[in-house]
Each structure stands twice: as C-alpha cells, then as structure tokens.
Design a protein around this ligand. Structure first.
Ligand code: HEC
Length: 125
C-alpha cells in the first residue's frame, strides 16, 4: 500500500511538471478561439463573404464551424496535424490557398492557440 502511494505521488508530480513545462492550459473556444476567428476569418467566412460563397464554410457559430465546407469537416477534434483548417493557417497545404486567403499568415501565437484547441478536442468550451 505504501509503495503504491509513493508511486502515485511521483506520477502526480511528474504530470504537474510536464504540464507546466509545456505551458498547456485548456484553450477556451469562447474566450480565445472565437475572437481570433472573428478578427481574421469572419469577414469572408460568414454568409455573404467570399470564403463562404466558395467553400460554404460558415464560422459564425461553433456548430457551423464544425460542420465544415460543402465537402465536410475541416476540424478533426484531437488531430491538429490533419485538420484542414490547421493545415491552411500553418500554410502546410498548397500555398495558394493558405488562410487568411491571400493575406499574411496570422501570428504564431494565434496559430498555436487554434492548433492547441483542436488538439485538445475542439470543444465548445
Ligand atoms: C479574404 C477572404 C478570406 C479570409 C479572411 C479567410 N478565408 Fe478561408 N477561404 C476563402 C476562400 C475564397 C476560400 C475558398 C478557397 C478555394 O476553394 O479556392 C476559403 C476556404 C477556406 C477553407 C476550406 C478549404 C477547403 O478545404 O476547401 C478553410 C478551412 C478556411 N478557408 C479557413 C479559414 C480560416 C481559419 C481563416 C481565418 C484565419 C480564413 N479562412 C480566412 C477566403 C478567406
């Protein structure tokens, strides 16, 4: 019994160290992701915008964002690596369609916030 307690104490402090080392907090969709999308994507990705007209991707609500384009989802919860949305903001697909479209990429901080949110499960939090 004593041994088990010791081990779990070690595991707990190790987890705490890893968490603080990576600076991972849970990213909030409402407080962190939405303002970035509003400032950088809404102009084109709400009904009437050119991004919406071309792809049918409407970012104005969580539900429409998760629904994706006419071809399907662009956010795969838990998988920033293969989520099309993340690929485009990191310019990992064809560079002619990086997002924001025909503009400079966003700051690394904004990109990381969105990517972390996707990796953490793209929750409506
Ligand atoms: C200046 C307008 C504009 C802005 C700003 C913009 N987009 Fe787009 N977006 C487009 C257009 C146009 C398309 C369609 C591109 C095409 O199919 O050639 C598109 C398509 C997309 C697609 C779908 C790609 C696919 O698989 O067909 C995603 C995902 C996307 N945008 C994400 C974003 C994100 C995230 C932002 C904000 C960081 C953003 N866009 C900002 C115009 C914009």
């Amino acid at each position: 019994m004593k041994k088990v307690c010791m081990m779990s104490a070690v595991a707990t402090s190790l987890a705490a160290v890893l968490l603080s080392a990576c600076g991972q907090h849970e990213v909030s969709y409402q407080k962190e992701v939405l303002p970035i999308l509003k400032g950088n994507c809404f102009e084109c990705h709400t009904p009437g915008g050119i991004g919406y007209e071309k792809s049918k991707l409407d970012m104005s609500t969580y539900d429409t964002l998760m629904k994706g384009t006419q071809f399907g989802p662009v956010v795969k919860p838990g998988d920033g690596l293969t989520s099309v949305l993340v690929m485009l903001i990191e310019n990992r697909a064809d560079s002619s369609i990086h997002m924001p479209y025909q503009r400079n990429l966003m700051s690394q901080q904004n990109i990381d916030t969105i990517k972390t949110w996707v990796n953490q499960g793209a929750k409506n939090n």
